[in-house]
Write a protein that binds this ligand. Sequence first.
Ligand SMILES: Nc1ncnc2c1ncn2[C@@H]1O[C@H](COP(=O)(O)OP(=O)(O)O)[C@@H](O)[C@H]1O
Ligand SMILES: [Mg+2]
Length: 358
Amino acid sequence: MPGAIHAEGLVKTFGEVKALDGVDLDVPEGTVMGLLGPNGAGKTTTVRVLTTLLQPDRGKALVAGIDVLRHPNEVRRSIGLSGQFAAVDEYLTGRENLRMVGQLYQLSARDAKRRAADLLERFGLTEAADRPAKTYSGGMRRRLDLAAALVVSPPVMFMDEPTTGLDPRNRQLLWDVIQELVRGGTTLLLTTQYLEEADRLADTICVVDHGRVIARGTADQLKARTGGERVEVVVHDPARIAAAREVLLGFGKGEVAIEEHTRRLTVPVAGGARLLAEVIRELDGQGVEIDDIGLRRPTLDDVFIALTGHAAEQAAAAKNKNDGGDGGDGGSGGGSSGAKDARDARDDDGTDRKEASV
Ligand SMILES: Nc1ncnc2c1ncn2[C@@H]1O[C@H](COP(=O)(O)OP(=O)(O)O)[C@@H](O)[C@H]1O
Ligand SMILES: [Mg+2]
């Protein structure tokens, strides 16, 4: 049986750009799926198709069991959406915006009023509640947009990068709200550029790149695939980077990523604090002076390097290269040489760009 959100073979092309290149998704009822990927991966396009805002060129989708292409109006009644395209009326106050949404969803005037006050309070907007939304800062608008999506708890929710642009306190607040929503039975698809966020909220994660799902699984499965924890070292002397790399290779379970300009080396490891102590001793023994060392959990970049052989911020540049495009992206230079090493290794075993079942 298909899940509460189900997509098969979604394709969407904008001119030369293949925004979606055969996306399959299935989100079981009452669970959270994180769609994780860098800028331009196709996250928003996926959400727009699933929320009936955009027609795919090919493929099909069911939301709450309803065909998105054939019965868009029915789908709209079953979903909530927040994100880059959700509408906040500039001229209404925050409170009026929320009350209007409540009434659109057929709450009584009294319930709509109560719900609005409650959400304004939760999102720290009570003081600004009676000012027009156009006077709000970016962060406040973001919170109002999220509050609007939460006025009613629809059976299926979509959130497109809900925490982008939020400060840590508000991000935490939103995470709490999302967890509460899901406990209430809502099925949620959220997009994010942060592994940490998908990790916190999602039951399953789909990693997308270039309009394709390149891996899916739980956060733990993805992290295991990326080699789990990292040792990260900043060496004092750039001339000692090569020596430090040799040491790390001896302890690591994969490629050593090197960022020359920050003198930072990173390697996936198995083993915690004791291993760290051994690395320090060995570096010391080899006369490599360090400015900083630590253990950290894998980031989206680590996932990307492991899966695609390129760092997330290089995705646009790599795409241009792969597609033989004319390279419209001027801001993607300065990648790490470690990522390049990983890419070369990946090309050798021919596993690049195939979906990984983790
Ligand atoms: N309306 C559009 N017209 C032209 N290109 C678009 C349009 N929407 C998205 N794209 C392109 O499709 C690709 C995927 O975009 P998007 O789904 O917004 O990615 P994400 O949300 O993951 O950052 C990008 O290359 C983007 O530039
Ligand atoms: Mg987007």
